[in-house]
Design a protein. Sequence first.
Length: 413
Amino acid sequence: MIYFTELQHLATYDARGEFLGNLVDLGIDPNQNALRVAAYRVKTPKKEMLSITREQIQSISVRALQASVEASQIKPYPTDGDLISVKKDILDQQIIDVNNRKVVRVNDVDFDIRPNERHTDLRIVAVNIGWGAAVRRLLQGIFAKHTIRTLTSLLRSKVIPWEFVNLIEADPARRIKLRISYNRLAELHPADLADILEELSRDEQKSVIESLDNETVAQAVSEIPTEMQVMLMESISTDRVADIVEEMPPDEAADILQELSPETTAEVLSKMESEEAKDIRDLLGFEEHTAGGLMTTEFIVVADTVTVEGVIAALKAFEGPMEFVHAIYLINADGTLTGAVPLARILLAEARTPLKDLSTEPLISVPPHADEKMVISSFHKYNLLSLPVVDDHGRLLGVVTADDVLELVVARK
């Protein structure tokens, strides 16, 4: 094992033993092999930059870098191309530690030395984010390398294997785009992904958002503060905003769009599917701190003549988030809300049992203009998991769920 901090400023010699200069950087070609160093950047005493290819490396150690060719066969280091620079593009960059669900900084890069019959390869193994790497870097040039190794071996070392690395590409002016794999990032719980987003700068947030699918982004955005939601939505195209908002529950989508400018909101709605856009427009018509502003239009409603057996089809056809469905709502022929049946009762009932026989009494509901205080009070007083919102004629408009009320309570503390 050898570290980048030990390789920096390494004396470099050609095949005749003549001093070429000092190693200043390593280049990785992700198009050829993302795990192997492709070029060694050497700075000569005349400040020129040479590029020694991997095939021209005879040996590598903490003492010196030895080329297998003479100086005349070594070319200048390219100023363009697709090489990843270890010093510029990896060292000190922010990185997503998927296992610990947080953002950290790269303190060093670990390599292993692989000699073969013709030359010696340097393979990138991991990025080092531990205290040991940070201290080793600080002590370079002050103590001998073997002394630094002895001292830092006493400190906790923490690495992330290179194949699991999620590097953040946030600067559009950068010459290259780093190899980014967000498969494992997308598998995180939305709340953990939201925590990661909160640790990043605006440009970095945008970079992560653009690398994930719409459903994953929608779930994560739902977990971050409103101000940050708005900043994120304003940093990406309205086409992408429309795609993301379509994946969100209507009430949460309406909350976000309500904070955007009227022009942006109108543009986003115009690019959405008509049915989803209509649901959000309806919710935007209610005041923010009322039951109407809190409710969602994603709920399951059936005729009050349906049996337990008949409601199964409605459950299968429901496209909203099932984790927030606590009851089935019943309406009569006029569309008036007549009852609510908890899911648990349906599971325990006989197939031919009419749903209205399972309805809870009394039926608790609120008008859309009810304020937040009344909504919270109703949940607390009646120990509710969901609360229907009805108009003046008793028609079901939407449902306030327990998670929305919990957010209100937490926000008030």
